[in-house]
Write a protein that binds this ligand. Sequence first.
Ligand code: NAD
Length: 479
Amino acid sequence: MDSLNLIGHAWRPALSGKTLPMVEPSTGAIFAAIPASGAEDIDLAVMAARSAFDTGPWGRMPAFERGRLLMKLSAAILEDADRLAQIEARDCGKPMKQARADVAATARYFEFYGGAADKLHGDTIPYLAGMTVLGIREPLGVTAHIVPWNYPMQIFGRSVGASLAAGNACVVKPAEDACLSLLRIGELALEAGFPPGALNIVTGTGESAGAALTAHPAIDFISFTGSPEVGTLVQQAAARNHVGVTLELGGKSPQIVFADADLEKVLPFAINAIVQNAGQTCSACSRLLVEKAIYAPFMERLAAAFSALRVGPHDADLDCGPLISARQKSRVEGFLQEAQNARLPVLAQGTILPGAPASGFFVPPTLVGAVPADIRLAREEIFGPVLAAIPFADEEEATRLANATDYGLVAALWTRDGGRQLRMARALRCGQVFVNGFGAGGGIELPFGGVKKSGHGREKGFEALYEFTTLKTIVLNHG
Ligand code: NAD
């Protein structure tokens, strides 16, 4: 059955009646259809959100009640976990264990922001005698959310969860490559009792529905996660309407390993940070910087572990699933071809499960080294399971190489030297640094976002609530 848009409290097809096919990454087969929405559908959704915020019960709801609704949605997501995981795994090509972890994280976002909704206190500011000054956090109004295909549920949870908690009404445009889990969460939100128009979900292409949403004059803010190229377009659209925007545009994050690190501990993190979600993770560590003194023996161990990795369809639940699309597969293969042309050694490659559908979008995890720091493989976001190993001589060179891309999202640092831990953590130009550990994107509670071409603004944690609110200063003169 074809999916429908959630607009107000109604499920509707695109006004044009057009649909887009949904392709299963594990097989390349079409398995569903979604509305191919246009500007007219976006307009209806923005108007539904506008009335929810301006005149509806949502805009008047006390913060603790909004929080309760978010908590209810969190519980409903957990109850629906098996179904949601199956939807997400099939739609994105994720191994089932990854999809289950995504469901759990999504529920945590709504739980965290549900709990935070009535704890967003303001300030009083000392000022002149006879005056009291209040700083009050107010919702922005209608927020637009452009969600990518790599972690549809999680990115929806972190962005929409925070925005709803702050009291905004949301219009979400999921990615055309993977969006079915969000429509299911829309159903759960209606069952949980969200009032009409608080949450609207409209599917369609970026060029049509996405561009119409970001350009709509009645939105108050845009939260975007995706490519830097589209990030530029989104920022231009935001500028025309003078609305704020958070941009989360991916990265080329380094994992930096010094000779004094506990190498046994590093190995699984080095692998998981690039293999998780087939490397289609904005905070993937796609560069492995290794101190020269241990480069050769560490690479040998890593190569052995890499060769054991297995790739297959989502329901085979292996280390790695397919990439999202034929386009993404050929993009990643293009990078591997360049490595081959440059005669860079492929140190190890995982294997594709024998019998995996030939029409699936599989690319084996690949370890390449030593990669010169100035070529595309070491500088650009590949968004696939390709790890570039780069040797370094000392702390100074490690810091320079780590900062030598246009991106700055996250970094992981492995060393037992306390002074170096702090020196480097401070010198790395990025939004999050993990010392002797790594978690892609970190926890729900931790502010997340980038510098440089990785974007700006922070999502996750309490910090996101500030992004989704505006500060009003009230000056009371009481003599
Ligand atoms: P994209 O930036 O084109 O798509 C992301 C979202 O933006 C989708 O919902 C899409 O429909 C929407 N969009 C596209 N054009 C738009 C427009 N003009 N106005 C408004 N919204 C628009 O990303 P992609 O093409 O799917 O992937 C390309 C590359 O982007 C990947 O290879 C990867 O490097 C990067 N990427 C990064 C992330 C991340 O988490 N940072 C996520 C997805 C893709």
